[in-house]
Design a protein around this ligand. Structure first.
Ligand code: OOG
Ligand code: MG
Length: 255
């Protein structure tokens, strides 16, 4: 079946860290619905190889991100345990095609969430919050894609690093976020850039995941999406994100 074939192309591109042409070049009518099906099939191959689901990432939840990639719809993707990098550890650049890093906030859930919910209900299911960086790596040539392309490609997700977990009592609606490279600030923003309040990303996650017939589970991590544009990393750099009231998270880039 065609969707399976396309899923396989993206799975191999991710596994071998090689860029592939946008699917919509050969399939200009690819729908968003089919793109999510391709994503599910493609990540299913990773589950078959022993990777375990650990939650979801929301993407394009800030204007800065939408503008950077020229796609203006909120999207989501799946996170597996193999994507999790150690805080203060390193990422091997050779495992990626053209990795970029983003300043984010992570939620840890202690209850399932599904469908249309309020921000209050979303917060009620939160166990803790943490500063986080996502490593995105489009499997498409030149990091160029349309909406269905990026969705099929698991919304570019390829890694995440999470700092210490903090109490959800902390007000994260408008807190400062500074991402620096070797001590030099490269992206400065506020959590308010994430849909006006990162909790709204969790509300969107519950709704959008349910549209694919799935749900968020207790124990899941949900990444709210980047507050600023992403930064393209180079070998030798140490990237650090400091989030007001939530400490920091860092990672170094190796060859
Ligand atoms: C798409 C994924 C965007 C975010 O946090 O906004 C994303 C991309 O930019 O490649 O992860
Ligand atoms: Mg992201």
């Amino acid at each position: 079946m065609e969707l399976h074939k396309l899923a396989e192309i993206l799975d191999s591109a991710a596994k071998n860290a090689t860029a592939t042409p946008q699917l919509t070049l050969s399939h200009p009518h690819l729908s968003v619905e089919d793109a999510y099906k391709i994503q599910a099939i493609s990540i299913g191959h990773r589950y078959d190889r022993g990777e375990r689901p650990i939650g979801v990432k929301m993407g394009l939840t800030s204007r800065a991100k939408m503008k950077q990639v020229g796609v203006d719809e909120v999207i989501w993707g799946r996170l597996t345990h193999a994507m999790l990098l150690e805080e203060g550890g390193h990422l091997n650049k050779s495992n990626y095609v053209h990795p970029r890093i983003e300043p984010e906030i992570a939620f840890l859930l202690n209850k399932p969430l599904k469908g249309e919910i309020t921000a209050l209900e979303a917060l009620d299911a939160v166990e803790a919050i943490a500063p986080a960086m996502e490593i995105i790596d489009s499997r498409y040539e030149n990091f160029k894609f349309s909406l269905p392309d990026v969705i099929a490609d698991n919304s570019s997700s390829s890694g995440l690093v999470i700092g210490s977990w903090f109490s959800k009592q902390i007000d994260i609606s408008n807190i400062g976020m500074v991402m620096s490279v070797d001590g030099r600030a490269v992206e400065i923003g506020s959590s308010a850039a994430i849909l006006g309040n990162p909790v709204r990303a969790l509300v969107a996650a519950a709704r959008m995941v349910a549209q694919s017939g799935e749900q968020l589970n207790a124990g899941d991590i949900v990444l709210a999406g980047a507050a600023t544009a992403a930064y393209a990393v180079s070998v030798g750099e140490t990237i650090k994100l400091e989030v007001q009231d939530l400490g920091f998270v860092s990672i170094s880039v190796e060859a």
